[in-house]
Design a protein around this ligand. Structure first.
Ligand code: AKB
Length: 311
């Protein structure tokens, strides 16, 4: 049985990953760490991911063999404070890789579509291609990919990663990302509030519904190591759409839904450099990646879950 530590467990992915992993491995085998402990969760602990000694003590004490490092300052927030973004994103990763080296842990850290910049091919962006990110978030992601690969090659650390697109979910809101609009719009639409969209109407980006993202994490981490050629980060995607495509789908289901565009220059600039659609064939071949949720099914489910939650 695995003994898992999720660092950054209170975030958008961590909140749902905790439940997903506990269903498979048992409550006591999934320790959830974040800046604040959750008093109603007996397996939740307080941890500052920047504190290497505290992380090492926890890994030792709980006999952890698998670490999910989900700590990140996302793309738009990163542009407001590049030094802080570098410190947090790289600090948390290096601490996770070092402790994994010390205790022989497997370690997952998400990369992102943000690892690509405007020089990368826009359509069917290949797994291995020119990257040249132009945001501090993207620079951290490419560096993180290289560091994960380095720790694997040099020290044998079983480091694995995917390049996540925008993740759409309904349990915990994202914050500070460029793709956040694709989550926030559902909250406005279900509550009957007008949505102000910060992304240009025709700007396409890759997206994925949370159940597929959780399967991607679990399937990659349990995949046969011998099959994995790309240790740095696998392209994964489930759908690619622009605001105008998504809003039309929402309007088909909620005809009173209203929106307008007030494009945010930072988010415009970030998203204009990202791929329109990724090629995720390597993930499909090397660990059988196969997303189940398309755009229509995702929109139906988001609206139905949020109606129960918010109304
Ligand atoms: C962001 O928008 O910054 C993230 C991402 C795509 O990595 N959601």
């Amino acid at each position: 049985m695995k003994k898992i530590l999720i660092v950054g467990a209170g975030g958008q992915i961590g909140t749902e990953l905790k439940t997903y992993l506990r269903e498979r491995y048992g409550e006591a085998n999934v320790i959830a760490a974040d800046l604040q402990a959750n008093p109603s969760d007996q397996y939740s602990i307080q941890l500052d991911a920047m504190d290497a000694s505290a992380l090492s003590l926890i890994v030792n004490k709980h006999k952890i063999d698998t670490i999910y490092n989900l700590v990140a300052l996302l793309s738009a927030r990163g542009e407001q404070d590049p030094a802080l973004a570098w410190k947090i994103n790289m600090g948390a990763l290096l601490n996770a890789l070092e402790v994994a080296r010390q205790y022989g842990c497997q370690v997952f850290t998400p990369s992102s579509i943000g690892a690509f910049g405007p020089d990368a091919p826009k359509e069917n962006t290949p797994q291995d291609t020119i990257m040249h990110p132009t945001t501090v978030y993207g620079i951290c992601k490419v560096t993180g990919e290289l560091m994960s690969n380095y720790y694997y090659q040099r020290f044998g650390v079983d480091a694995r990663s995917v390049r996540f697109p925008g993740i759409i979910s309904n349990a915990s809101l994202p914050g500070g990302g460029t793709t956040d609009y694709a989550v926030e719009v559902f909250y406005s639409a279900v509550k009957g509030e007008k949505f102000i969209c910060p992304i240009p109407a025709d700007r396409r980006m890759d997206m994925m519904y949370m159940p597929d993202a959780l399967d991607a994490l679990h399937d990659l981490m349990t995949a046969d190591s011998d099959r994995l050629v790309h240790r740095n980060g696998y392209n994964v995607t489930a759908m690619s759409f622009s605001p105008e495509i998504l809003f039309a789908k929402i309007k088909e289901r909620i005809p009173t839904f209203e929106y307008e565009y007030a494009v945010d220059p930072i988010k415009d600039s970030i998203s204009s450099g990202w791929p329109d659609s990724l090629d995720d064939n390597c993930a499909r071949i090397e660990w059988d990646w196969n997303p189940k949720w398309g755009l229509d099914a995702m929109v139906d489910d988001m609206i139905s879950v949020l109606r129960k939650k918010l109304l």
